[in-house]
Design a protein. Structure first.
Length: 130
């Protein structure tokens, strides 16, 4: 099925990129309605799903938190701040063959992995020191 590019989808993608730090759907919606008050929350969710399906963005599932959306579609790792909850890209090479290092006693077939490191971001660390 061919999907046409819509103004709404373009606005959702532009807002995601503008916000950076892997925003949630609600953060994208909250930003969008500042300039487009008639924007519907369901429209944001639907367009995020479609952007994921066509490969323009990736959904990142966060343990103990809302899903985040990322406009960098290559495989890479993330860090989540335990104070503010923001998510950042980690500057390290992706280990595509990490499954070779896993002791697999359950016969599990590994297809992919997504590692999220936890810590305190520079901004929160600076606020804590004040």
């Amino acid at each position: 099925m061919i999907r046409r590019n819509t103004i709404q989808r373009t606005l959702v993608l532009e807002t995601l990129i503008k916000l950076g730090c892997h925003p949630t759907a609600d953060e994208i919606y909250d930003e969008l309605i500042k300039q487009h008050p008639n924007f519907n929350r369901a429209t944001v969710y639907r367009n995020l799903q479609q952007l994921c399906e066509i490969g323009d963005i990736r959904k990142r599932e966060m343990p103990d938190g809302a899903d985040r959306f990322d406009h960098t579609c290559s495989n890479h790792y993330h860090a989540r701040c335990l104070k503010c909850g923001r998510v950042f890209d980690v500057d390290m090479d992706y280990i595509s063959d990490i499954d070779k290092f896993i002791k697999n006693s359950n016969g599990f077939e590994f297809t992919e992995h997504d590692i999220v490191f936890k810590g305190i971001c520079a901004e929160c660390k600076g606020n804590h020191q004040a």
